[in-house]
Design a protein around this ligand. Sequence first.
Ligand SMILES: Cc1cc2nc3c(=O)[nH]c(=O)nc-3n(C[C@H](O)[C@H](O)[C@H](O)COP(=O)(O)OP(=O)(O)OC[C@H]3O[C@@H](n4cnc5c(N)ncnc54)[C@H](O)[C@@H]3O)c2cc1C
Length: 400
Amino acid sequence: MLTEKTGKSCTGCGACAVICPKKAIRMEDTKEGYCMPFVDPECCVSCGLCEKTCPELSPVVLRTPQEVYAAAAVEDDVLKTAASGGVFTALAKNFLEAGGLAAGCVMDLEDSRARVHHILAAEERDLARISGSKYAQSDSREAYREIGEALKEGKKILYSSLPCQCAGLLRYLEEKGISRDGLYVIDIACHGTNGQNVLNQYLAYLSEKHHGEITGYCFRDKERSYQYSPKFCVKKGKKEQWIKLTLNEEGYWYLFQRSKLNRDSCFSCRYSAPERCGDLTIGDYWGIEDAHPELLAQNGGLMERRKGISFVTANTEAGRQLLSDFGRELMLFTSDYRKVLVRGDSLKAPSPVPEDRLAVLNLFETGDFGKLARYARQQQGTGYYKSILKENMKAENPFR
Ligand SMILES: Cc1cc2nc3c(=O)[nH]c(=O)nc-3n(C[C@H](O)[C@H](O)[C@H](O)COP(=O)(O)OP(=O)(O)OC[C@H]3O[C@@H](n4cnc5c(N)ncnc54)[C@H](O)[C@@H]3O)c2cc1C
C-alpha cells in the first residue's frame, strides 16, 4: 500500500489524493502537524495509480542549472509584496498581461486561523495575494486539478511552489496523460516546512495574547527589513491595527528557520540538491554582499539589498524562454551557481535533524504555543535574532 511504501519520505504533496479515481485517499494532519495521505481500504480498489503517481516512488528528472542570475524587480510595488527580489511576481505580472494564468500560494485568514493554499489567478488584482512567502506547507491539490483542466483548454500557466509540490504536479499531469506544453514551473529553494497546524497554533496564541482576532499576517515586512520582520493585524471590535512583532512574541520564525518542526520528509529531501525540478529555481540571494558587491546601490550598483534580491537559475530551455519573454520588469545580472551555493544551504543538502527535535515536538503536541514561544525565547538568547531585531527597529523604510 502507498503509505507503507512511502513512510516518512512522503512530502504530503497530495498528488495521490487528487489522482485517485475512487476518492479513497484523504489528506489528514498527524499529531506532529503534517498532512499525510490516509487510504480508506473500503474504497480502495488497488489500482496502483497512487503509487505510480507518487513523486517519491516515481521521481521526476532533476536538472543542473544552465544560467544563473542575481535578480530583482524594477518596480517598488512588486518588491514590497515579494519575499525577496520578486522574481515570480514580476514574471507573473507580464504573464497575466499576455493572457496566461499564474498559480501561486495565498494565505486566507478566518477566525484567526490560516488556510495556506495555491490558487490559479487570471487577474492582475490577485498578484499581491500570490506574491511573497507564506512559511507553512501550502495545499496545492485544488490547483493541480485546475491546472490540468486549464492545460487541456490550451491555456498557458506559470506555477510556482516548493520543489516537492512541483514534482507532485508534474507526476499528476503525466499520469493523467495531460501534456505539460504551455506550463512553466518555478521551484523555490526550500530548507523545509512545517504544517499549517503549527502556524494555526501560533496564530491562536497571538490572538489570545492580544485579545482580538488575527486578520492579517505578513512574514516579511520589508518596510523594516528583508530578513526578520514579521507583522500581524489584530482586530478588536471594529478597530484593526498592524503590530510589528518583537522578539518576546516571536517563536514561529525561529522554529521555522531552524527547521525545528519540519515534516520528517524534509530531513531527507531529494530536492535539497543543486539539481532542480523546475524550469526556473528562485531563492534568496544570501551572501550577495560578498558574491557581487558591485551590484549593490551602496557601491554604485542598481540593486538595493534592503528591498530584497533573489537568485534565479534557468534549468531548461523553457525556463530561459520564460525569462526572456516575460522578464522585462526584472533586473537580471549574470552570476555563477558556485557563488549562489556558498550561502545557499538548501541547494546543497537537506537540513539536519535538530538535536532538540523530540523536545520541540513534545511541546507542540501540548497544543499550547506559549510553551514553544518560551522555549524559543530561551534558545534565541541574546545572539543573532536579537541583534537583527534591534537593527530592524532602527532601520529606515527603504521604500520612502
Ligand atoms: C517554506 C519555504 C521555505 C523556504 N526556504 C528557503 C531557503 O531555505 N532558502 C532560500 O533561499 N529561500 C527559501 N525560501 C524562498 C524565499 O522565501 C522566497 O520565496 C524566494 O526567495 C523567492 O522570492 P521572490 O521575491 O523572488 O518571489 P516572490 O515573487 O515573492 O514569489 C514567491 C513565490 O513563492 C510562492 N510561495 C509562497 N509561499 C509558499 C508556500 N508556502 N508554498 C509554496 N509556494 C509558496 C508564491 O506563490 C510565489 O510564487 C523558502 C520559501 C518557503 C515558502
